[in-house]
Design a protein around this ligand. Structure first.
Ligand SMILES: [Fe+2]
Length: 135
C-alpha cells in the first residue's frame, strides 16, 4: 500500500509540473526535481540503481521498446512505463504486475512522430525514472 501511495504522490507532483510546463521542461530540468525524478545524469540517492532502473529504449523503424532491467517479484517490481512526446502527448503506457516476467513494453510511433521522446519507469521501491531519447 505504501508503494501505491508513493506512486500516486509522484504522479500528482509530475502532473502538476506538466500542467505548467512541457515534459521537456520538466524532465530536462530534473535538477529542480531532485528526489522526485531520477535520471542517468541525476540519479540522486539511487546512484547505485541506475543500471536496474533507468528505462532502456530501442527504436527500430516505428517500433519503440522500453525495457527496465529489473527483477520482478511480489515485494519489489516495476509498476509502470510510459512513453511521452516533448509536447506532452502520451504515446502509450503499460502497467505491470509482480507476476510479470520482465518490465518491457512496446509502442508504435505515429506518423510524423516527435524527435524527442521521454520514457518513464516507476519502481515501487526506487521511485520514478526518466530517459530522454532522440529518434
Ligand atoms: Fe527497484
Amino acid at each position: 500500500m505504501n508503494s501505491r501511495r508513493k506512486f500516486l504522490q509522484t504522479a500528482l507532483v509530475l502532473a502538476g509540473g506538466m500542467a505548467i510546463s512541457s515534459p521537456k521542461q520538466v524532465f530536462a530540468g530534473a535538477d529542480s526535481y531532485a528526489g522526485i525524478v531520477y535520471t542517468k545524469k541525476n540519479p540522486g540517492k539511487w546512484a547505485k540503481k541506475v543500471g536496474s532502473h533507468l528505462p532502456q529504449v530501442t527504436v527500430k523503424d516505428k517500433k519503440v521498446t522500453i525495457l527496465t532491467d529489473h527483477p520482478m517479484g511480489e515485494k519489489h517490481y516495476i509498476v509502470r512505463h510510459t512513453l511521452v512526446t516533448a509536447d506532452g502527448k502520451v504515446l502509450g503506457e503499460k502497467t505491470f504486475y509482480p507476476t510479470d516476467k520482465k518490465a518491457e513494453s512496446n509502442y508504435e510511433l505515429p506518423q510524423g512522430h516527435a524527435s524527442i521522446l521521454y520514457a518513464t519507469s516507476f519502481c515501487n521501491k526506487h521511485d520514478f525514472w526518466v530517459a530522454e531519447v532522440k529518434v
